[in-house]
Design a protein around this ligand. Structure first.
Ligand code: ATP
Ligand code: MG
Length: 415
């Protein structure tokens, strides 16, 4: 009931009376990480780095700590690996001689150390190994993880320590862990990539101090993670004349990115043909398949459709729709996309195309990488190079983007 509580009212402030200075960010020394954070670590902020086992979380953060330790105090709290294991990794990566290290899993001891030592940056590897004796459940349980994060939050804010928590995520991202912390922390970073491929993608899914659209790309090498400043060169290549491949010019934050989209269309007897997407939202794929069937005469009712984005990158942006559609159409019709062509544009349910955001930027990236022609919706500003093929529907995009089918190919497809 209202009015029965014993607490007394507190004075409030107007914002004009609040003194606040934006503190200078702490550069992590890893350019791709700084980009995703929005220009470096904010002092006294709490960041969660999630990722599947073995993706390279410890490697990335030790590299950052090594760079930070050149000018500031950097502390690594390791609950997962022994001090000797960390030392071996540090030797492999180099430059980490001044990083301070603490092997500890007891939550209160870690908090007390933060308050006493007050390093500028602290990494907790991992939040799942921390343990508070007064909470009954086992380490890694939801209750323990949540308690660890909230006590660390208080300690870190109090002592002015920028803290990065490492959290393990399983394939479905569910199990007791990082997901329950997302609302507590200032920034959630996701480190993704295929353990079997060398490339890793870092993105922010929540950021109180910057955009969430930025993307960092790394390559895992024996000497650690190396930033890839120009990922388009890596992911945007196709073999000329290959059927079922199209180059999308997608926008990730402020960064245009050329990405190869691959599609396979295979006849099936299944009543519910499969639509399998890797790197593309499955609902988006279902929509594109439906639009292709209904508005572009690409019959896919009796075919399984598989779509894959090169390099393990995930596309979240509608501007990549048209490239996905052309890759599928190319696979279905067994004709390649014109060599040296990139594609962007958003597909509407009516089959009509909508101009994609920041077309100028995308065209610039295409020009930089030697793309000769771009298929894009009407209303895209034209420039000298690459040549712009303006289209208004998915159907028109298919005629503009695909090589004409010759009789032989068509006969083979129908067989
Ligand atoms: N000696 C080595 N030479 C080259 N690459 C290595 C070497 N040791 C480890 N790696 C790479 O580092 C990756 C593991 O990195 P790291 O330990 O940072 O991952 P992690 O995400 O912290 O894993 P975990 O979940 O186990 O803590 C391996 O998948 C491998 O690619
Ligand atoms: Mg690790």
């Amino acid at each position: 009931m209202v009015g029965t509580s014993a607490a007394s009212a507190r004075p409030t402030l107007r914002l004009v009376e609040v003194a606040a200075e934006e503190a200078a960010r702490i550069p992590t020394g890893v350019a791709e990480l700084d980009r995703v954070l929005g220009g470096g670590l904010v002092p006294a902020s709490l960041v969660l780095l999630g990722g599947e086992p073995g993706v390279g979380k410890s490697t990335l953060l030790l590299t950052a700590l090594a760079a930070v330790s050149g000018t500031r105090r950097a502390l690594l709290v390791t609950g997962e690996e022994s001090v000797a294991q960390v030392k071996l990794r540090a030797q492999r990566l180099g430059g980490a001689a001044n990083v301070e290290i603490l092997a500890e899993t007891e939550l209160d001891a870690v908090c007390a150390t933060l308050q006493a030592e007050r390093p500028d940056v602290c990494v907790i590897d991992s939040v799942q190994t921390l343990y508070a004796a007064d909470i009954g459940s086992a380490p890694g349980s939801v209750a323990q993880v949540r308690e660890a994060a909230s006590r660390l939050l208080r300690a870190a804010k109090g002592a002015g320590v920028a803290t990065i928590l490492v959290g393990h995520v399983t394939k479905d991202g569910a199990v007791a862990g990082p997901r329950v912390l997302e609302h507590l922390v200032d920034c959630v970073l996701q480190f993704e990539g295929d353990r079997y491929h060398a490339h890793r993608v870092l993105r922010a899914t929540k950021n109180r101090f910057g955009s969430t659209n930025e993307l960092g790309v790394f390559e895992m090498t024996g000497a650690g993670l190396v930033g890839v400043p120009n990922p388009s060169e890596l992911f945007g290549r196709t073999e000329g004349g290959e059927v079922g491949a199209a180059v999308a010019c997608a926008l990730e934050g402020t960064r245009p990115l050329l990405l190869e989209v691959q599609a396979l269309v295979a006849p099936t007897d299944l009543a519910m043909p499969r639509r399998v997407a890797t790197g593309v939202d499955p609902r988006r794929l279902a929509m594109i398949v439906a639009v292709l069937s209904r508005h572009a005469r690409v019959a896919l009712g009796q075919a399984d459709v598989f779509v894959n984005v090169a390099g393990g990158v995930r596309i979240d942006e509608p501007g990549a729709d048209l490239a996905v559609a052309l890759a599928i159409a190319s696979a279905a019709r067994n004709t390649p996309v014109h060599d040296g062509t990139a594609i962007f544009g958003e597909i509407g349910l009516t089959g009509r195309l909508r101009a994609a955001a920041q077309a100028e930027r995308r065209l610039e990236e295409c020009a930089k990488l030697g793309v000769r022609a771009v298929v894009a919706p009407h209303g895209t500003p034209s420039r000298a190079s690459p040549r712009l093929l303006e289209v208004d529907s998915v159907r028109a995009a298919i005629s503009a983007g695909l090589e004409p089918a010759n009789g032989e190919r068509r006969a083979e497809a129908e067989r």
